[in-house]
Design a protein around this ligand. Sequence first.
Ligand code: PLP
Length: 437
Amino acid sequence: MSDTAAAQPAQATMPDRSVVPGVWARYTDLVIDHGEGSWLVTTDGERYLDYTSGIGVTGTGHAHPRVSAAVAEQAAKLLHGQQNIVYHEPGLRLHAELARRAPGKDWGAFLCNSGAEAVEAAVKLARVATGRPVVVAFRGGFHGRTAQAMALTSSRVTIRGDFEPLPGSVYHAPYPDPYRGNGDGAALRSAWEREMDALFAQLVDPRHVAALIIEPVIGEGGYIVPPDWLLPRLREIADAHGILLVVDEVQTGFGRTGRFWAVEHWGVMPDILVMAKGIASGLPLAGILAPRATLARWAPGAHGGTYGGNAIACAAALATLEVIDDEGLLANARARGEQLLDGLRRAASEHTGVGDVRGLGLMAALEFVSPDAADPRAPNPALAKRVLSEALTRKLILLSAGSFGQVVRFIPPLVTTAAEVDQAVAVVADSLAAADA
Ligand code: PLP
């Protein structure tokens, strides 16, 4: 043993939690020993039902045996084979497999490490492919925390407010919210069309727009399911002006909404699809999918990165895709999603503080309001927080969302069982009562 090693204190005691900086805004103080399926087990042996999936990542559940085995097997062979220098088997197989699952024929994948990085890649590709500078994003959308991604993000001011100036040539169009817009019908649509016309008449010439970037279902901004006309209409607008339609499926992809890609719900073909989170069950992996002809617009060296398409992450992703197929996880996401939404509607029916219950597949949400305020739909983040805390006391981990933190969202793993959904709904019913919703 070296002198330095001998001088180190024994690792028997856990370091104080203050070693982790406070910038990680925190939902729980739990210290986790291990996870299995939908459950997290603390170092004290307490079991928590994890309906966060690590923010939509562990679709196959925690430590799925097939994913863990694929990771271990690959780790014993090759940890890192840098993309500019060599090819490796899991990388080649994953590129081919993702191309097969892409929305269009003759598509390919570019791989990187995080959702924000993938968004940056999408914007860089859209700008090169169109030769245009401007990107239009949608209000309430979240696209990540790097500079370009922050500029596109408008889910909460905390994400971007302290970091001005942000990269320019980004404009925000409204996202038509059926709850706050009084339904998804003609009134919402015509108001939204007027705003789009005004954007193009007052602020940016559509001839200069490279991309429209949108989350098919708004995630961090409050789990807002769009009216059925929105994505088809964006496709029309993009086509009319030679703009690329970029869908950010970082949270919605890999079966989360009950379809492999959320855009399949509306039969819309994007030009670039951004993916991350559920792709590799927890290993850091992300990327974009686009027609090979579009990807070819990037000159060699125009984009890249040290770790993109890491060997272990690719092995985890291949195993994840097999599990999604072999265990019928898309069908399970649809069935459990309906069960969850029905249960939440029942649980919320007596509580006037719940303004809306909504969702698609296994993205579900309760929006909390102040029914006695002048605006009875005024956001009520304090109530959402109480409900989160009551649920945690009952060993169900949930997250908030929404621009004001007024939404409680449910992101179960795609492997969740009917019994677990019933258990979660029962906890929510008790938590709503305890929180005086
Ligand atoms: N895009 C969407 C829709 C997201 O939900 C997120 C993360 O929550 C991101 C992008 C950023 O991903 P990451 O945190 O991996 O950078």
